[in-house]
Design a protein around this ligand. Structure first.
Ligand code: ASP
Ligand code: MG
Length: 456
């Protein structure tokens, strides 16, 4: 049995959001685990708590005393959860710990009020209470229900630099500290997501939504078999289920496919957050705390790792609005030099270009933000004549082999039959995606048409 290896499981804010939800978390953790033993559970703060902590800190820094009510409400919410979740004989102990944390938190907030100063360092410290409270609460509840578990503040294992608000992880130091800690702590560890500490032991955070990242960091350090991300949906969908009735969960995706979907607007686990796992080739499974029997989506490190190879479109998404910019330049004979200069302009305004198409007479590209559009157009005009068309959308179709003969043909025939005009078609060389531009008002229809043609 010992050879099965270990895994880590992360539960997000909704899964930690109430006594009822936490009860489900505990039952998920208690289920017989066939693939590997759960060594660590990584948790988010209870839903909404991080936002509330930020609000409290900001109000206090403006000497707005209404922070006191918010702080009291936060304490009540946590204590109520203890009351509903922990049996009477263990309640007092659990309460004491939560109350103590709120005393410290309240002192820190008073400090902010008196100083009228809220530095990123202080804000990280304040935000860290969200995960510390939820992890404590869950640990008490687990122990109460006979699951031997221990609280672990990630400050002890995740080493970062001092870039408060979005600290970078020192993987070498983190891996050593994590492995060492787990060698001497064999009980199930309930770990605070989102937070770490700088070498001089100041609390840092990994950026909003950082608990997925924490799970990948810990899983990678421990050489986990799999990293489970438990959330409130059953995985990555073939298309946004609010728009496409027949949308279903995609069983398996390669890391690059998930990346493409996320980039073009799909709500999937952000690929960047699981990079540490992908580097170690550890699969990441997205699962639903509220429907634990659902199979979920497994994200593997590369297309080559996929068990079932894909030969068609597997998932669709779109991004809107996008702006199409067309540049016609007499310098077309020196396309390379021209392209470099064009990209420099967009880069200078930190505006990323999504699709590029070139012809002998010019270049067409798309951007999704008009923040610096005027400045960009002014500069492009020095290179040639410029036209700007708004009100477009990019549709992205993902699937391992969308580049095989016939896929694109069938796709554009289906769209044509439905009077959807397509422009700027772009196919990734790796063959995992096709993207193209349509009118913004056609985007939803395009999604439905293609979903019907390929998936349902
Ligand atoms: N609680 C943190 C946030 O809301 C981290 C997380 O939930 O992943 O940003
Ligand atoms: Mg959250």
């Amino acid at each position: 049995m010992a050879a099965r290896g270990i895994k880590v499981a992360k539960f997000g804010g909704t899964s930690m959001g109430s006594a009822e939800a936490m009860r489900r978390v505990i039952s998920v953790v208690r289920r017989p685990q066939r693939d590997a033993r759960i060594a660590a559970v990584i948790v988010s703060a209870m839903s909404g708590v991080t936002d509330q902590l930020i609000k409290i800190a900001v109000l206090a820094s403006k000497k707005d005393f209404s922070y006191k009510e918010l702080l009291a409400a936060l304490e009540t919410r946590h204590l109520d959860t203890v009351e509903k979740l922990v049996s009477e004989r263990n309640q007092a102990k659990a309460r004491v710990e939560i109350e103590k944390m709120f005393r410290y938190l309240s002192e820190a907030v008073q400090g902010i009020r008196l100083m009228r100063d809220l530095s990123p360092q202080t804000l990280d410290y304040i935000m860290s209470y969200g995960e510390r409270l939820s992890a404590h609460l869950l640990t008490e509840a687990m122990n109460d229900q006979g699951v031997a578990a221990e609280y672990l503040n990630a400050r002890k294992i995740i080493v970062t630099n001092g870039h408060f608000g979005a600290a970078s992880v020192d993987f070498k130091a983190t891996n050593i500290a994590t492995q060492k800690y787990f060698r001497t702590h064999k009980k199930l560890q309930i770990v605070t997501g989102f937070i770490g500490a700088s070498p001089d032991k100041k609390t840092t955070t990994l950026g909003r939504g950082g608990s997925d990242y924490s799970a990948a960091i810990v899983g990678a350090a421990l050489g986990a078999r799999v990293i489970e991300i438990w959330t409130d949906v059953s995985g990555v969908y073939t298309a946004d289920p609010r728009l496409v009735k027949n949308a279903k969960v995609v069983p398996e995706l390669a890391f690059e496919e998930a990346g493409e979907l996320a980039y073009f607007g799909a709500k999937v686990l952000h690929p960047k957050t699981i990079l540490p796992a992908m580097r170690e080739k550890i699969p990441v499974r997205v699962l639903n705390t509220f429907k634990p029997a659902d199979k979920g989506t497994t994200i593997v490190s590369s297309f080559a790792e996929r068990k079932v190879k894909s030969h068609t479109v597997e998932a669709l998404t779109f991004k809107r609005p996008v702006i199409v910019i067309h540049l016609q330049s007499p310098e077309f004979f020196d396309v390379n030099g021209l392209m470099a200069r064009i990209f420099e302009i967009f880069d200078g305004y930190r505006t990323s270009v999504d699709i590029v198409a070139t012809s002998v007479a010019g270049v067409t590209l798309t951007i999704d933000s008009d923040k610096h559009l005027n400045e960009i157009v002014e500069r492009l005009k020095k290179l040639g004549s410029v036209s700007v068309v708004r009100g477009k959308a990019i549709v992205c179709a993902v699937g391992g082999s969308v580049n095989v003969a016939g896929v694109a043909g069938k796709m554009f025939t289906a769209l044509g039959k439905n009077n959807i005009a397509v422009e700027l078609i772009s196919q990734a060389a790796s063959g995992i995606s096709i993207t193209f531009v349509v009118r913004e008002r056609d985007a939803e229809k395009a999604l439905k048409v293609l979903h019907k043609a390929y998936i349902s």
